[in-house]
Design a protein around this ligand. Structure first.
Ligand SMILES: NC(=O)c1ccc[n+]([C@@H]2O[C@H](COP(=O)([O-])OP(=O)(O)OC[C@H]3O[C@@H](n4cnc5c(N)ncnc54)[C@H](OP(=O)(O)O)[C@@H]3O)[C@@H](O)[C@H]2O)c1
Length: 352
């Protein structure tokens, strides 16, 4: 299908979110016209930063109310759009039937638009590597674009914490199958890693979860994360650029997925200590890391760390197709910390 024309009209779901907000800003910077979909355009806490963007003043950026739980909510918004960047979360990843219901009605709006030629769907590295059994990571340690979690494992269920990963895989297939069937548009998947970088609005400090964890570090609390998995990061601005690049590319194909991460990894304890290394002026009082995992996980700490250390993170496809270069984590972390303080008023705990 054809890529979205330069300066065309693009709808962005989840536009008030951490990644969505950067997608909107970069689309405007690149000359596009943008329909930003939010649940409540009148919610100043979540939307004032969008309305402060210069494109809003001219009308090149418009805000639209859409709640994914309401079928048909995108019918009017997608009409006339050339592309859709579908970044929104859903309300409940545990309920796979609900996730499918949401996919189906968003797809119906794309089909009904008569104008959309490309959808970029935001999935996650969870849909690449979230395993119910860590031995599967030992067996298949290369995290590349066509890897999926072991779907034959009977323990892979929402009840056992796999709802997010399962919901993302379901959505990827729903969109690429529907695009194939329509023959009028294509669906490209972007799987971002752990997003770190500057927030643009104070409300975004509470989400992520990566910026929320960095906020807690600043305030003096650092907890072990993800069964000792190191953070596998990407700058939020690079994730946004990846979405726009995939929307514009003449080389991508329906059903293809692209991983957006820099392939840089860092342990949570090092990230916490790095705040002081990167911003010594802050005199951050680096907290010690607390480990609240249950005993059965703590007993496996050395084993789990070794498994993660043996993983091979790849991003060949997005670098080859889009020529993407990723920011170093140091830059993302520095900018995240500074934005948490300057945008959200976070008060760091400082050494005397
Ligand atoms: N952050 C990461 O590290 C990361 C990593 C991999 C993948 N992702 C994926 O990237 C996407 C964006 O993540 P993010 O970190 O930017 O999330 P975020 O900051 O929490 O923003 C998500 C947005 O989803 C919207 N939303 C949630 N439920 C909705 C519903 N029922 N109807 C309409 N909108 C709804 C919210 O809209 P309102 O503000 O309008 O209420 C919110 O702004 C998600 O699909 C996520 O799975 C994120």
């Amino acid at each position: 299908m054809s890529p979205v024309p330069k300066r065309g009209l693009v709808a962005v779901t989840g536009a008030a979110g951490f990644i969505g907000g950067w997608v909107v800003r970069q689309l405007l910077d690149a000359g596009y016209r943008v329909r930003a979909c939010v649940r409540n355009p009148e919610d100043a806490e979540r939307t004032a930063f969008l309305k402060a963007m210069p494109g809003f003043a001219s009308g090149r950026l418009t805000l639209h109310a859409a709640d994914l739980d309401q079928p048909g909510c995108f019918d009017d918004i997608f009409k006339g759009c050339n592309g859709v960047l579908h970044l929104s979360h859903v309300s409940d990843y545990k309920d796979q039937a609900y996730v499918k219901f949401v996919c189906d009605h968003v797809i119906a709006s794309v089909n009904a638009s008569g104008s959309v030629t490309r959808v970029v769907l935001t999935s996650s590295i969870a849909a690449v590597m979230s395993e119910s059994d860590m031995q599967e990571v030992v067996r298949r340690p290369v995290f590349y674009e066509d890897r999926f979690p072991d779907e034959t494992n009977p323990r892979r269920s929402p009840e056992r914490g796999q709802g997010y990963s399962m919901g993302k895989v379901l959505a990827e297939r729903a969109f690429s199958d529907a695009a194939q069937a329509s023959g009028r548009w294509d669906a490209i998947t972007c799987c971002p890693g752990d997003n770190v970088g500057p927030i643009q609005s104070a409300h975004q400090k509470d989400f992520g979860p990566w910026q929320r964890l960095i906020m807690k570090m600043l305030e003096g609390h650092c907890e072990q994360t993800g069964a000792y998995r190191p953070w596998m990061t990407v700058d939020v601005r690079d994730t946004a650029a990846a979405h726009i690049g995939l929307m514009e590319s003449t080389e991508v194909l329906n059903g293809e997925r692209y991983i957006a991460w820099s392939t840089e990894t860092r342990k949570v304890e090092d990230i916490c200590a790095d705040i002081d290394r990167l911003l010594p002026e802050l005199r951050h009082d680096t907290p010690t890391v607390s480990d609240d995992f249950p005993d059965r996980i703590r007993a496996r700490e050395a084993e789990l760390r070794a498994i993660w250390a043996g993983c091979d993170l790849r991003n060949d496809r997005i670098r080859d197709r889009l020529g993407m270069r990723f920011r170093p984590l140091d830059e993302s972390l520095r900018d995240c910390v500074e934005s948490l303080i300057s945008v959200a008023g976070v008060q760091p705990r400082r050494r005397a």
